[in-house]
Write a protein that binds this ligand. Sequence first.
Ligand code: ADP
Ligand code: ADP
Length: 217
Amino acid sequence: MLIARDIHKSYGNLHVLKGVDLEISTSEIVSIVGSSGAGKSTLLHILGTLDKPDQGTLSMNGKDLIAMKGEGLAQFRNQQIGFIFQFHNLLPEFTALENIQIPSFIQGKNPQQIEKKAGELAEILGISHRLDHKPSTLSGGEQQRVAVARALINSPEVVFADEPSGNLDTSNARALHELFFTLRKELGHSFVIVTHNEELAAMADRKVEMRDGNILS
Ligand code: ADP
Ligand code: ADP
C-alpha cells in the first residue's frame, strides 16, 4: 500500500537517512524502534509527506507522493494520512468533539457524516461522555484518545504515531496501545508507530529497527 524506496535525507552535512526501504501493507501495524538520533522521526515525517526526501521514491496505492505539492498535497495529507504525536496538540479553546471534527470541516465534508463518524470513534475510544469538555478538563489519557479520534476522523489509510504513549503512565499507555489494535480490527487502518515502549514495539505485526540512518531488519 505504502512503498518507500532508497530514501535519503541530509540536514547540512548530517546524512540522517541513508537509503531506507520500507513497505507498509493495508491494516498492518508496524513499530519503528532505535536509539535517539537514528532517524526515526525524520523517516516518519517523510513517509507522512510532512517532509521531502533528497532522493528516493514514495508511493501510496501507486500514487507518487513526492511529486505532489501545495494545495493538492495538503488535501491528500488531510484525507489519507493521520498523525498522532507525543503531545496531543489539541486546541484548548475548542471542545473534544470540535477538536476531533476539525480535519473533516477542513475537508468540507457533510456535517451529519462528520458527527456520525466522530460518535463512532468516540464510542470505540471510550470518550463519548467527555466530548463536550475542553482539553484542559480531560485527563492525559483522555486527551490522547481525543487526539487519536482527530487523527482518524477522515478515515485515513495510514496513521503515523511518534511516541504516542511517551507522555502517559503505564496503564494509560497500555490502554492506548490496545486501542490501536481495536481500531485496526474495526476500521482497517494501518499504523506506523515510533516508540521506545518495548511492550508496544513487540505487540506490532512487524518491528523495524533503525540504526544510524538505516533499517537493520
Ligand atoms: P530519532 O527520531 O531516531 O531520534 P531524528 O530523525 O529525530 O532521530 O533525528 C536524526 C538526526 O537528525 C539527529 O541527529 C537530529 O539532530 C537531526 N535532525 C533532525 N531534524 C533536523 C533538522 N530539522 N535540522 C537539523 N538536524 C535535524
Ligand atoms: P490520567 O492518568 O489519564 O492523567 P487522571 O488520574 O489524571 O488520569 O484522571 C482520572 C480522571 O479524572 C479522568 O477520567 C478525568 O475524567 C478526571 N480528570 C483528570 N484531570 C481533570 C481535570 N483537570 N478536571 C476535571 N477532571 C479531571
